[in-house]
Design a protein around this ligand. Structure first.
Ligand code: PGA
Length: 246
């Protein structure tokens, strides 16, 4: 039995004090559930204070750099995250790829650096509307994953979380139907089986992301190859976040 993993992705929203207040309020209402990883990915400046008040919630970073240290102005290293007890990092979100020019090569280096540090990458993949309409979603996602996971061992692969996020469904209110999401997530699992083995593929947690809300999450999580969700907008309000994870 795979666990479920539901992670909010706050993007560039909230201040440190708002984040701490949110975590205090939500964490106390969560309780521990060993079958569910409930997390929030937040901007780097607020992670340290969030981890101090989180007991049940997992605090994740939205990005990191792959070098340990050096002349990389503005970047956040893995040792910096480890020092404040952050062990999950969202990697290769479509906004990082499209707005900040992250390539599969960079994303691959980040995934490998995180695994070497015993941390958990939440590796995002997904197609644009153009690719979706051309019917080549699976080819695109398979290529992203092959490139992003290049050189990752079978043992490490079981620790990677994959987030399938069709770009046309992010922040648009256009959620992929549970059937479409399931079809692609199943395709992703089959692809991992072909790159590694069925045993490895069966252990990997795969999330769906893109306009997930409290009122549609149940149908999405009901799909056999979907183990959780990566949620932007609906994770920003306490009540709505609780509606996702409860
Ligand atoms: P959304 O964002 O839930 O607001 O569509 C999802 C994401 O970008 O991870």
């Amino acid at each position: 039995m795979r666990k479920q993993i539901i992670v909010g992705n706050w993007k560039m929203f909230k201040t440190n004090s708002q984040a701490v207040e949110f975590v205090k309020n939500v964490d106390s209402q969560l309780g521990s559930n060993e079958n569910l990883i409930a997390g929030i990915a937040a901007p780097a400046v607020m992670l340290s204070d969030m981890t101090k008040v989180a007991k049940n919630l997992v605090v994740a970073a939205e990005n990191c750099y792959f070098e340990k240290e050096g002349a990389f102005t503005g970047e956040i290293s893995i040792p910096m995250l480890q020092d404040i007890n952050v062990s999950y990092v969202v990697i290769g979100h479509s906004e990082r790829r499209d707005i900040f020019g992250e390539t599969d090569e960079m994303i691959n280096a980040k995934v490998k650096a995180l695994l070497a540090a015993n941390m958990t990458p939440i590796l995002c993949c997904g197609e644009s509307l153009e690719i979706y309409e051309a019917g080549t979603t699976m080819d695109h996602v398979k290529k992203q994953l092959s490139d992003d996971l290049n050189g990752v061992s079978a043992e490490d692969m079981t620790k990677v979380v994959i987030a399938y996020e069709p770009i046309w469904a992010i922040g648009t209110g256009k959620v992929a139907t549970p059937e479409i999401a399931q079809e692609v997530c199943k395709g992703i699992r089959d692809h991992i089986a072909s790159l590694y083995s069925q045993d490895v593929a069966d252990q990997v947690l795969i999330q769906y992301g893109g306009s997930v809300k409290p009122d549609n999450i149940k149908d999405i999580l009901g799909q056999s190859d979907i183990d959780g969700a990566l949620v932007g907008g609906a994770s920003l309000v306490e009540e709505s976040y609780l509606g996702l994870v409860k």
